[in-house]
Design a protein around this ligand. Sequence first.
Ligand code: F6P
Length: 367
Amino acid sequence: MKAKVGVLSAGGDCAGINSVIHWLVYSALDKDLVPVRGIMFKVIGIIDGWKGLMEVKPDKKASLNRWTMPLNKEIVRTWDRYGGTRLGTSRMNPFDPRDDKSDLILENCNKLGLDALVVIGGVNSLTVAYKLYKKGLKVVAIPKTIDKDLGGTDYTLGFDSAVNIITEDIDRLRITAGSHSRIFVVECMGRSAGWLALEGGEASGVDIILIPEHDFVIERVIELLSMRRKGGERYSIVLVSEGAKLRGMEPIYERRGRDGFGHYYLGGIGGFIAEEIQKNTNMEARYVALRHLQRGGTPTAYDRRMGRKFGVAAVDMIVGEDFGRMVSLTQGEITSTPLKKVLDKLHLVDVEKFYNTLNYQSLDQIV
Ligand code: F6P
């Protein structure tokens, strides 16, 4: 039997996606496995995520060249070493109520002759994948987001690389913070979940961690910093998730509209905190937003390995006709979870278990 598999990455990029694609292609095209599986696979990459499937005109050669890329071992040979996604990505929503393109996607998948589609995505992209699955598309999903907020898995690709970047950048900031006796407020990503701040903060040993799951009080932040200064510390570092908020307030958004899924762009809470410190104390404060630096760079060894395992598992799921599910890591094992369950609930920091709400610190439990 012959089978054509499409693969796309959608939503925010991150380190580890290219590793998935590399190993998915290597496993699917492994000649030794053809007699065992009874399937001869072809793999085709879709350019720029859902946008590619909306824009492609399958009967026009130029359009096919623009929006699809037949993949083989030679093409993807070195991809696993690089961050981002060689297939490109976008934040387009095919189920946008103002212009629903989901039927067009189904039609294009059909015309492209796709027997299955592997979607590498976060919460929004996998919601799209699940809706398309319910409309009949044979979907297998792979979790990726530096926020690590997807349910149904203990790991999402890109998280480890992002935590390493946060740690390295805070190491750098310590030097200048110490020279100038300043407070540095560092803002990391994390729209709904504080995992990046919590684990990045643990790794870099910051003095205050602020996460979206627990609303903070600015007076307490200032009190904690003042106590450190009185105790003789030259400098302090505060690490805050972009989605963290003051008690009783909304998160701080940028003024540049919303993305395709209706979300405002978060950003600015770190600046607000630095200003408050500067206004209310005699300590000098500076603000650094790490933003997309956290999503760039080379994947760590862990993200390369997880990308490999997720990519191979996706092919196994297609062979087993395990559609409508996401590859997942659960208690150290590679398994899979139904997309419905994945999307039921976000994976947030359990404040009681992991977070000290008095000192705004980690409780140092193993995550
Ligand atoms: O990858 C998820 C995420 O990192 C969120 O934490 C953040 O709000 C968002 O992406 C920013 O995405 P964009 O690339 O669209 O600016």
